[in-house]
Design a protein around this ligand. Structure first.
Ligand code: EPU
Length: 411
């Protein structure tokens, strides 16, 4: 891509990756046909489809952005290494398999580009519901004759642990309370899906969720919430390139803190009749940013802030509070002329008027997209290699940017 701007026009925001993957896993809990709408065309959905298929479900795209999942009575309760290795979110099948079959064999996910990512909170929470774990040969085996409700206090509001516990608790005997639960909109979406299936849940989307176990669940038809991270990516592109865009289908109420911070940086972002409207005039101003669990600023937005700050007026400090190794793309931005120094969980970014286009390598989904965003503020040409990472979480990313006037061509 080349330096671009101003951006002008409208971009459609797809369904949320981090919601749809969990809803697909949750579909395993009811026999029959579930229908998911607003499902993005992204590689991670394909990987989750392969995983459900390997377990015996029938997963098909019946229409554009519509996925049907047929689940029969006989499921193979196993998530093989070849698929878990490709996508850590595969661990989301653990809770549903336990709820359904009282047994699950799931390959242990390894570390990734974010550093080590343990699943100890998933395990401790499920143990409190009566599950026994054994690990051997790179797999964990979880077993339980009868899931039993309990009070679980999470050490940290982990998204994945909250989801696995929720899904198991829905079929447990008695009442489960998850305290210090994650509050992300994707958790509220999962709760809405489960309630529609017949679950009894109060407090989804708050830090205390109460679940009363039920004996039976039925398949449902559900529309996935919009992807707040995809929306944030386009807002960052606007911050770097300037202009005025509408994000069709986006929800401003899922991005409160992000919108406030972008306001501090000089952008205007507000809800509109069909989504979110945003404008960026002149050079954005630097601000300090700290990532926190929702409703704080998501860790997934962090590479976009670093890219924006690289061309902002002034100095901004970015602090990562969730993952240990999430500054790996910084070296790539430095190769584009950005002035960034990292120290532990902090990055100090001194804005430059322009970056300088260079060949760079995408280390993961979000950082890959952030390198594209940075390229919009660079003189000359930027080539993002390993761009296949971006396709894991974004539908037609380059085409969508090009449609609002960015000089981007897909590789
Ligand atoms: N953690 C533990 N033990 C656990 C679980 C988590 O120590 O048992 C730690 C993690 O290592 C991390 C922190 O707790 O330091 C937060 O992890 P969390 O469980 O909340 O994250 P996750 O469920 O693995 C999801 C998203 C991520 C997003 C994080 C944080 C999906 C598929 N992934 O991961 O999104 O960054 O929540 O909001 O939902 C992405 O979309 O590219 C992505 C990585």
């Amino acid at each position: 891509m080349r330096g671009s701007g101003p951006l002008e026009g409208s971009v459609r925001v797809e369904g949320a990756k981090n919601s749809v993957l969990k809803l697909m896993a949750a579909s395993l809990m009811a026999d029959g046909r579930s229908v998911l709408r607003n499902v993005p065309h992204i590689v991670d959905v394909e990987i989750m489809s392969d995983l459900l298929t390997s377990m015996g479900a029938n997963v098909r795209r019946t229409e554009d952005h519509v996925l049907t999942i047929d689940v029969g009575p006989d499921l193979i309760a196993e998530a093989p290494y070849e698929l878990v290795e490709q996508m850590r979110a595969s661990i989301a099948v653990l809770g549903p398999l336990l709820a359904r079959a009282g047994f699950a064999r799931v390959a242990l996910p390894g570390g990734d580009n974010f550093g080590p990512r343990p699943i100890d909170m998933h395990i401790a929470g499920l143990e409190a519901l009566g599950v026994e774990f054994h690990s051997a040969h790179g797999y964990i085996e979880a077993r339980c004759d009868q899931l039993t409700g309990n009070r679980v206090v999470l050490e940290f509001p982990s998204v994945g642990a909250t989801e696995n516990l929720l899904m198991a608790a829905v079929r447990a005997k008695g009442t489960t309370v998850i305290d210090n639960a994650a509050r992300e909109p994707e958790i509220a979406d999962l709760c809405a899906f489960l309630v529609r299936m017949g679950a009894r849940i109060v407090g989804g989307g708050t830090s205390s969720i109460e679940i009363e176990g039920v004996d039976e669940l039925s398949p449902v038809d559900h529309t996935v919430i919009p992807d707040r991270i995809e929306a944030g990516t386009f807002l960052a592109a606007l911050g770097v390139a300037g202009g005025e865009i509408t994000l069709e289908g986006a929800r401003a109420d899922h991005m409160d803190m992000l919108i406030r911070k972008l306001g501090d940086m000089g952008m205007r972002v507000s809800p509109s009749s069909d989504g979110v409207w945003a404008q960026s005039k002149g050079r954005i101003r630097a601000a300090d940013v700290s990532t926190l669990p929702y409703p704080g600023i998501a860790t997934d937005y962090k590479p976009f802030f670093v890219a924006m700050l690289a061309v902002a007026e002034g100095v901004g400090i970015v602090t990562e509070n969730l993952f240990s190794g999430r500054f790996r793309y910084v070296d790539e931005l430095v190769r584009m002329g950005a002035d960034i120094r990292t120290e532990g969980h902090h990055a100090v970014v001194r804005g430059r008027p322009r970056l300088s286009g260079a060949p760079v390598r995408a280390p993961d989904i979000r950082a890959g997209a952030a390198l594209v965003v940075a390229g919009l503020g660079a003189d000359g040409e930027t080539t993002v290699m390993d761009a296949h990472h971006i396709a894991r979480g974004y539908e037609h990313f380059a085409d969508k940017l090009a449609a609002v006037g960015a000089h981007v061509t897909p590789s």
